[in-house]
Design a protein around this ligand. Structure first.
Ligand code: GDP
Length: 297
């Protein structure tokens, strides 16, 4: 599925309703707005977000007056573009680096969302920014996860701190951090256990790890294919453990866009990075304006 493809064609039917019109009015905007609403709901954007979005676009469409020389359909595209950018957070939300000592990035997420892959991609990305990295294997419940992280670390060329499966994740994280300080590493990326669903044990463990290492960034990895559910997860994790942002994976397979459009507005936390494929280089900052451009085709 082409990224945002379904959403793009859904929105197209809104502009098409204005073909041949000379101006934007309360009356002729009704049908296009209905199409926009439908496209967003089909994209699995959260309902309150859809409502606010449609209201904001309607207000501007009938309130602002036409820009000379711009056709009504083009003007609506422009208004929707700007509102999409607003919705996704306007500016790029950069990763924060610690002023002194290593930057500590704690990664959380449910199983299968691409968290292990993100560890490696993030290390690869940071290396390109000339930051040295260390990965810390804090998922003690799946020995395979530790092996997978070690292999990925080798591929990227970054050290991986492991302590087997008998040490508590909070202690592993602390030891890993000590080792990173000893080696003068710039960024420590701590992987944690993913579960199939949120449960109390998972949250308690994450809280304990967070307390132990006082991370610079706590990033929740969510799967774009899960739409508004991803936004709900960001909300829950933020309320439970306090996070600084989200990483949205599998955007390459997401034709709908509901997650990308809902996370910031629903959870009040920015998407900082997106995964757009399975290769190491397929991780990049989340650019709201480029995303809006992609959505509008
Ligand atoms: P974890 O259980 O959260 O650690 O998930 P993994 O990192 O093992 O990833 C689960 C699957 O999703 C693997 O097959 C990955 O190759 C795949 N995957 C991860 N990120 C992406 C992405 O951005 N795009 C695509 N298409 N696949 C991804």
């Amino acid at each position: 599925a082409e990224m945002f493809g379904q959403l793009t064609s859904g929105l197209e039917s809104a502009w098409n309703k204005l073909k041949g019109e000379e101006t934007l009015t309360k009356e002729n905007i009704v049908e296009p707005m209905r199409e926009i609403r439908r496209a967003l709901l089909e994209a699995d954007v959260s309902l309150p977000v859809v409502r606010r979005f449609v209201q904001a676009v309607t207000d501007q469409a009938v309130g602002v007056g036409l820009i000379p020389g711009v056709k009504p359909d083009q003007q609506l595209v422009k208004i929707v573009h700007d509102e999409l950018v607003n919705l996704m957070g306007k500016e790029v939300s950069e990763l924060v680096f610690a002023k002194s000592g290593p930057t500590i990035i704690l990664l959380a997420g449910l199983q299968g969302v691409g968290k292990t892959t993100v560890c490696a991609k993030l290390a690869f990305y940071l290396k390109k920014l000339d930051k040295s990295c260390m990965l810390v294997a804090g998922d003690i419940y799946r020995p395979a996860a530790i092996d997978q992280l070690s292999i990925l670390g080798e591929q990227v060329g970054v050290p991986v701190y492991t302590a087997g499966t008998d040490v508590k994740p909070a202690d592993i994280a602390k030891q890993g951090l000590q080792e990173a300080k000893r080696q003068n590493v710039d960024v420590v990326i701590v992987d944690t256990a993913g579960r199939l669903q949120i449960d109390k044990a998972m949250m308690d463990e994450l809280k304990e790890v967070k307390r132990a290492i006082n991370p610079t960034e706590v990033l929740l990895v969510v799967d774009a294919m899960t739409g508004q559910e991803a936004a709900a997860l960001v909300t829950t994790f933020n309320l439970e453990i306090g996070i600084t942002g989200a990483i949205l994976t599998k955007l390459d397979g997401d034709s709908r866009g509901g997650a990308a459009l809902s996370v910031k507005e629903v959870a009040g936390k920015p998407i900082k990075l997106v995964g757009r494929g399975e290769r190491l280089e397929d991780l990049e900052p989340f650019y709201p304006d480029r995303m809006a451009g992609r959505i509008l085709g």
